[in-house]
Design a protein around this ligand. Structure first.
Ligand SMILES: *[C@@H]1O[C@H](CO)[C@@H](O)[C@H](O)[C@H]1NC(C)=O
Ligand SMILES: *[C@@H]1O[C@H](CO)[C@@H](O)[C@H](O)[C@H]1NC(C)=O
Ligand SMILES: *[C@@H]1O[C@H](CO)[C@@H](O)[C@H](O)[C@H]1NC(C)=O
Ligand SMILES: *[C@@H]1O[C@H](CO)[C@@H](O)[C@H](O)[C@H]1NC(C)=O
Ligand SMILES: *[C@@H]1O[C@H](CO)[C@@H](O)[C@H](O)[C@H]1NC(C)=O
Ligand SMILES: *[C@@H]1O[C@H](CO)[C@@H](O)[C@H](O)[C@H]1NC(C)=O
Ligand SMILES: *[C@@H]1O[C@H](CO)[C@@H](O)[C@H](O)[C@H]1NC(C)=O
Length: 497
């Protein structure tokens, strides 16, 4: 039984050997100079080749990347591996023969064991009984015992012989494992490292090629031009930049502010503020001629709307020197000249829900949200027909009539606000009291909507007016009375994600 266990150990040993053999065979695929393998055994194991450092890549006149690799003189001893392979296979045969023997002997031993038991029983029976036995009976038992002795000594002899073979096998296997260890060390010092260096060089070459491909066809990086739509969708939004508290103070938590994207000369710039009284309607609005004036509260121009002309909600916008707003208690859109405060036009937005029916979450009374993008004036609202989902209409600024309408699949009261860039609606939603997310976009050019996730911070809890200004790519946000801005960044043209 001991013998059997020993054999099992050899088999395991051999399997390990065979496995490492195939591993070595794999690593020999690298082509190297045909130097004899044995001399490399004496090669210093600590020579760490710094191949990559010694390689200079270059781009030749035809634009082909080239580099030269100096392979070290040492070689991987393929002949030794072959020897090992032959040794291992002959060992496998020896072990198989020994296993056969063991199986044979063990079956024989079983038979002898049962014979012995039988004989023992018979002898015991004879000893314990009073009956006398004939000489013949004893002779029979004697013969059987002698037979057994001969068989057992034969077995012993052959097993003893196997012992020598096994000892030899032990030595051979030990020798082989030592050689394998040496070979592995040798391998670590050249073949594997060379292979790794070659991979690194290939990568460098590829990078060189890619860099060339990138710089050659587009020598001038296409920069995104402000106020135009030669860019992709929204990429990111900056940290909030706090400008100031609105001029009427902390109590005016709702409202809107912004910058006229197309101020009418001689005006160079036009900043406006529209705080809401009681969080619902605008009576006063203010304009500044420059950002410096706004910051210093200098040269403000204030206007008062008559009580029957009040604006409702934070959806107003200033564009081309006109103020556009939702007339209180109605679905009318009104256009006012910002210098004379005179009413230019009033027009109904057909079907628009009103009076806090489908306002944004956290921002009451903003049923009709007006917006400006690169192409002009838009209305963001909801209707009973749309079951409260956001409806987008392109308006003609001259007539205030609807040019085209799109119905989205986004429930308006689930969004906290929305703005339009290049005909694409972006909707925000509240994550926490300090975080918002641009989570939804609808492209009016393709009629496609997409869920997105562009998180951003806010200073206070609720966003009221959110107005995009195409010429500076900024969002002008009225955040619980504070005027803040964000910078928007966009993907370059022809990239989608
Ligand atoms: C690079 O390898 C070559 C050839 O082995 C050798 O002549 C040269 O000195 C090496 N250069 C460096 C920087 O190691
Ligand atoms: C012992 O062997 C004899 C003949 O070889 C056989 O007749 C007998 O049944 C055996 N007894 C036992 C207990 O196996
Ligand atoms: C078995 O082998 C040992 C040495 O390994 C030897 O001393 C002994 O005499 C051998 N016995 C037989 C029965 O051959
Ligand atoms: C073991 O290896 C040594 C040299 O490494 C050799 O001289 C010896 O003959 C080998 N022994 C066997 C059993 O292969
Ligand atoms: C570089 O450009 C060439 C031809 O313009 C092309 O064949 C090659 O695959 C490109 N390489 C990479 C890495 O893009
Ligand atoms: C987006 O902008 C924020 C704020 O500047 C920044 O922390 C974040 O890393 C940006 N994300 C990406 C994907 O550029
Ligand atoms: C807006 O309407 C006016 C008057 O009908 C028209 O002349 C103008 O072309 C329209 N604008 C656009 C952008 O369609």
């Amino acid at each position: 039984m001991k013998m059997r266990m020993k054999m099992m150990f050899f088999i395991t040993c051999l399997v390990l050997l065979l496995n490492s053999r195939s591993y070595l065979a794999q690593t020999t695929t690298i082509r190297l100079p045909d130097n004899p393998g044995l001399h490399s055994m004496s090669h210093e194991p600590d020579t760490t080749p710094v191949l990559a450092a010694n390689v200079t890549g270059s781009v030749d006149a035809n634009g082909v990347c080239q580099c030269t690799v100096y392979l070290p003189d040492t070689t991987f001893p393929a002949d030794r591996v072959e020897q090992l392979e032959i040794q291992a296979s002959s060992l496998l045969i020896s072990v198989e023969i020994e296993i056969q023997k063991i199986l044979e002997y063990s079956s024989k031993i079983d038979i002898y064991e049962s014979h012995l038991q039988n004989l023992t029983l018979r002898v015991e029976f004879m000893e314990n009984s009073d009956i006398s036995f004939t000489e013949l009976d004893f002779e029979l038992v004697k013969v059987e015992i002698q037979e057994l002795e001969i068989l057992i000594s034969q077995l012993k002899g052959s097993l003893n012989g196997s012992n020598v073979i096994i000892e030899q096998l032990f030595v051979k296997i030990h020798n082989m494992s030592l050689t394998i260890n040496n070979l592995e060390k040798l391998d670590k010092n050249n073949v594997l490292i060379i292979r790794r260096e070659i991979i690194a060089l290939r990568k460098q070459l590829k990078e060189c090629e890619e860099a060339r491909n990138q710089t050659k066809p587009t020598p001038t990086q296409p920069s995104i031009i402000y106020g135009h739509c030669d860019h992709g969708p929204l990429l990111n939004i900056s940290e909030p930049f706090i400008v100031q508290l609105n001029w009427r103070g902390f109590a005016y938590k709702a409202g809107a502010w912004g910058r006229d994207p197309a101020p009418v000369p001689p005006k160079k710039d036009l900043y406006w503020q529209a705080p809401l009284r009681d969080g619902r309607y605008m009576d006063y609005y203010r304009q500044y001629g420059s950002f410096d004036d706004l910051l210093l509260y200098k040269n403000p121009k204030d206007y008062l709307l008559a009580s029957n002309n009040l604006a409702q909600g934070s959806g107003m916008v200033v564009y081309n020197n006109y103020l556009y707003y939702n007339l209180m208690n109605s679905r009318q859109i009104r256009k006012v000249d910002i210098d004379t405060n005179g009413i230019v036009l009033t027009k109904e937005l057909p079907g628009a829900a009103l009076n806090n029916r489908f306002s944004y979450s956290g921002t009451p009374w903003q049923d009709i949200d007006l917006a400006v993008d690169e192409s002009g004036l838009w209305a963001i609202y909801a209707t009973e027909e749309s079951t409260g989902n956001i409806v987008i209409s392109k308006l003609n600024e001259t007539t205030l009539s609807v040019e085209k309408t799109w119905v989205t699949r986004q429930y308006k009261p689930a969004a906290s606000n929305a703005f339009i860039v290049c005909g694409v609606l972006y909707a925000t939603k509240t994550i926490t009291t300090r975080h918002e997310e641009i989570f939804y976009m609808y492209d009016t050019k393709t009629n496609q909507d997409t869920k997105i996730s562009i998180p951003f911070k806010k200073v206070m809890e609720y966003l009221h007016g959110v107005n995009y200004n195409p010429p500076d790519h900024k969002l002008y946000v009225y955040n619980d009375g504070y005027l803040i801005t964000y910078d928007l960044s966009f993907y370059p043209k022809n990239t989608n994600s």
